[in-house]
Design a protein around this ligand. Structure first.
Ligand code: NOJ
Ligand code: CA
Length: 667
């Protein structure tokens, strides 16, 4: 016995040594990125991020502050566990249906003298890093979180592309600033430092406020959480796990778009049967209201009438479009901006829901329901289950939600209160087999992997801003793929063909309804760029947003007819944030290519080597006309055809503010 113990002792000592090993660094599978975790003399935590052997982020603090427990100091390492994850997984829809999750993981187990236990879980991928906090405070049944200490301390200055930090809205214009001039930002916060492009964001955000970035010293940003009305940040249980803090990394800007890191850090799908969740193209009774020639309320300009609904359903059925959205169909729009007391089971008298539902079903068209809450969460939560049951009873399985208006009692949209609400809607919808497309949402942190009924959302300035404000500048839609869309799909709703509002501007029906409307609005684009945006601005529910009369008989609408929103594979081919972008997607054996530029004219040479080798394709090219210009001649376009193979390249010539779209169909 003695002998056995003496033999075991060195082994135990070795294990203990391994557990306490001071090696707390982790490399990406390809060895290019390295993360070093460290404790200071007070037991405070930090991490350093290296890229190709050089510091990209200098030692940056980690931890939280709470009223009831010490969550940021006094820590000792109890052990370090490591593993490599390398797995394939698939999703029912997405830019890419087949995914690979390949990373090295390090879990650093810590505890401090007050009894707080913490696992810092780090994952290093070839396309960046994610880390999260897994706290256990024994004896505490709840905690009030007062601050987050996580920092991102850049080693050098560089470029950044962000919107300002704002706890209420993401519908803001992007800024291109040196990191040294950035004071605050929302995420995804995209940067270019040295040879590295990157973007700071978060993944798997549940029951916690959103993270924004606040400068605390030159080139150093800390996480600033959206507060609750009393200024504290979150209420958690004694044990809680945060969202992942992420830094996507790539050598080229398009590498960020092609990264799967955010989805890989989310949990697998929780919906067993996903066969009812299907991408689709849609049109809707929508743009007319934003232009002011129709109304959401039931007056002589009411958009959502039974008659108009049927017109849209007929158009969808005739044009290979699967869904139709109706806004302003229910009672309560008179109080929008006031009491916000919408009723989600009472259609307006001139919208015969039974008849519309019957008419749509007969033609194989899906209705996209609409719940505008105006931000009145209590009113919506009271009706939620009933409202979804009412829709599904009418065969409606897709829902657009909206939160245009402040939440009551001082709650911010992006606070823990908001995050909880948005999630409650997603999970309730899943029970009713409904998909969700949320406007004025919480930002996308990749929960679509776990809840694939959460299909699309707004969360940036979308098309609507062009109807009633100075509009989105030409750089905006070539900025979104490198920023907002790194989080996930966006319901931007591209596709305005009447770019200068020639058919509606002087209409006697038009009324100003938005304070920003000065009567001079237009879409800052060429026609070809609108078409390209259907490919570029990924959404599994993709809208042709113009009024259908502007598509009737238009030759260029053929693109949308041919387009398939249910893609299998995607690749961003070229681009720089806010300057230009080119993206290709494959759906079945068809390819759709979209390219766009900012104010500057540009020609790209794009090799078609993504096509199946040896196969011939008919390329239909929707291009800017030779004299096109977003300012002076936006509707000049050409459609041409040619035969191509994978050995060919396309010369993509784009006018100022223009773009190009191509369908590639096997011959
Ligand atoms: C804002 C949404 O973004 C828009 O799509 C919708 O039409 C209005 N709110 C009204 O619900
Ligand atoms: Ca909006």
């Amino acid at each position: 016995m003695k002998r056995v113990i003496s033999l075991l002792l060195p082994l135990a000592a070795a294990l203990l040594l391994a557990a306490c090993s001071s090696d707390t660094s982790l490399s990406s599978p390809d060895g290019r990125y390295e993360l070093r975790f460290a404790l200071d003399a007070r037991g405070g935590m930090s991490y350093t991020l290296l890229a190709d052997g050089e510091e990209l982020l200098l030692p940056s603090a980690l931890g939280f502050e709470s009223r009831e427990a010490v969550l940021d100091s006094g820590f000792r390492i109890r052990g370090v566990e490591r593993r490599t994850i390398d797995e394939q997984w698939s999703q029912p829809w997405g830019e890419n249906k087949q995914m690979r999750n390949h990373c090295n993981e390090m879990a650093v187990r810590l505890s401090n003298d007050t009894g707080t236990r913490l696992t810092m879980r780090f994952r290093l991928f070839d396309d960046g890093v994610g880390f999260r906090y897994e706290y256990e405070v024994p004896g505490a049944d709840s905690l009030i979180i007062t601050d987050e200490r996580t920092e991102f301390r850049f080693a050098a200055d560089g470029d950044s592309w962000t919107i300002p930090a704002n706890f209420e809205t993401y519908e803001l214009l992007y800024r291109h600033l040196p990191l040294s001039e950035l004071t605050d930002a929302n995420t995804p916060a995209t940067f270019h430092v040295g040879r590295h492009y990157g973007s700071i964001h978060e993944a798997a955000l549940y029951d916690f406020p959103e993270m924004t970035l606040l400068r605390t010293s030159p080139l150093c940003f800390k996480s600033e959480l959206a507060p609750l009305p009393d200024g504290t940040k979150a209420r958690t249980a004694g044990s809680f796990t945060t969202a992942w803090r992420t830094v996507q990394l790539a050598d080229e800007a398009v590498g960020l778009i092609n990264s799967g890191l955010i989805l890989n850090l989310n949990e697998p799908c929780k919906i067993e049967d996903t066969s009812w969740i299907r991408p689709m193209k849609y049109v809707g009774v929508w743009w007319g209201m934003h232009l002011g020639v129709e109304s959401w309320t039931m007056d002589e300009r009411h958009g959502a009438t039974t008659e108009n609904a049927k017109r849209y359903i007929d158009f969808a059925a005739a044009n290979n479009i699967q869904g139709v959205l109706f806004e302003g169909w229910n009672e309560g729009w008179e109080s929008w901006g006031g009491r916000q007391s919408f009723d989600f089971t009472r259609p307006y008298a001139d919208f015969d829901m039974d008849e519309v539902a019957r008419y749509a079903a007969e033609r194989g068209i899906e209705i996209i329901g609409h719940h505008e809450t105006g931000g009145n969460i209590p009113n919506y939560e009271r009706q939620l289950g009933q409202a979804m049951a009412w829709y599904t009873d009418h065969g409606v399985h897709n829902l657009k939600t909206g939160y245009a208006g402040g939440f009551p009692d001082g709650y911010f949209h992006h606070s823990q209160y908001g995050v909880r609400h948005y999630q409650q809607v997603v999970e309730t919808a899943a029970r009713y087999r409904m998909t969700v497309n949320a406007h004025e949402p919480i930002k996308d942190c990749g929960i679509r992997r776990t809840w694939p009924n959460m299909m699309s959302r707004e969360g940036a300035r979308g098309m609507e801003w062009n109807a009633w404000s100075d509009g989105n500048p030409p750089s905006h839609t070539v900025m979104l793929p490198f920023t907002r869309l790194l989080g996930g799909p966006m319901d931007y709703t591209p596709g305005t063909f009447d770019i200068l509002f020639e058919n509606t501007r002087n209409s006697p029906r038009r009324r100003k309804w938005n304070d920003l409307d000065q009567g001079t609005s237009r879409v800052n684009t060429t026609l070809a760029k609108q078409i390209a945006n259907w490919v570029i601005l990924y959404s599994p529910v993709q809208m042709a947003s113009d009024m259908i009369e502007h598509y009737e008989g238009h030759p260029a609408f053929q693109f949308f007819r041919d387009f398939d929103a249910d893609c299998d594979w995607s690749r961003a081919l070229a681009g720089e944030p806010g300057e230009f972008v080119a993206v290709v997607r494959r759906a079945g054996d068809r390819y759709f290519l979209g390219a766009a530029t900012n104010e500057q004219a540009r020609t790209l040479t794009l090799p078609l080597d993504f096509l199946e080798a040896g196969r011939r394709y008919r390329a239909t090219i929707y291009a800017d006309g030779a004299d096109a210009d977003w300012q002076s001649n936006p509707t000049s376009y050409t459609i041409s055809e040619r035969e191509v193979t994978a050995a060919d390249s396309l010369e993509v010539r784009m006018a100022p503010g223009g773009g190009q779209a191509v369908t590639l169909i096997p011959m």
